[in-house]
Design a protein around this ligand. Structure first.
Ligand SMILES: [Zn+2]
Ligand SMILES: [Zn+2]
Length: 135
């Protein structure tokens, strides 16, 4: 288990936990692009109940292509998106890598939704690439 901490840009939201990293993914879907305002999103997936997010967080839910409900956890003051949840993955939370303090934990295992990747985005050729959501 690894102790983690993270926060939004203004510090209004913080979280901490003692987690086991399940998976780290670079996601190139248009939702991640829009939600983060960046070329892609990088998520560190851990057990939701291992992370304590401050109650100052705001939530935004929207439907995914799959029919699942995606929930963004963000700061209503500075706009940072600190984490996300997917109703199809009960008990798992995806921490947005940029808000996580322990940068050495951010070791992506794959690139997903490569079909909607921004053409200039370079990807590590060593990593698996999936056109959409893996299998
Ligand atoms: Zn903030
Ligand atoms: Zn995505």
């Amino acid at each position: 288990m690894t102790e983690i901490t993270g926060s939004c840009l203004c510090g209004n939201i913080s979280y901490k936990g003692d987690v086991e990293v399940k998976m780290v993914i670079n996601c190139h879907c248009t939702d991640c692009q829009q939600a983060t305002g960046s070329a892609h999103g990088t998520m560190v997936f851990v057990a939701e109940d291992a992370v304590d997010v401050s109650n100052t967080a705001s939530y935004y839910s929207h439907p995914a292509d799959s029919g699942n409900t995606l929930t963004k956890i963000f700061c209503g003051t500075c706009g940072s998106q600190v984490a996300g949840k997917n109703s199809g993955r009960e008990g798992v939370i995806g921490l947005r890598a940029g808000c996580l303090d322990q940068k050495d934990l951010i070791q992506p295992g794959a690139n997903i939704y490569c079909d909607s990747a921004i053409p200039s985005t370079s990807m590590d050729p060593e990593l698996k690439k999936f056109p959409g959501m893996p299998g």
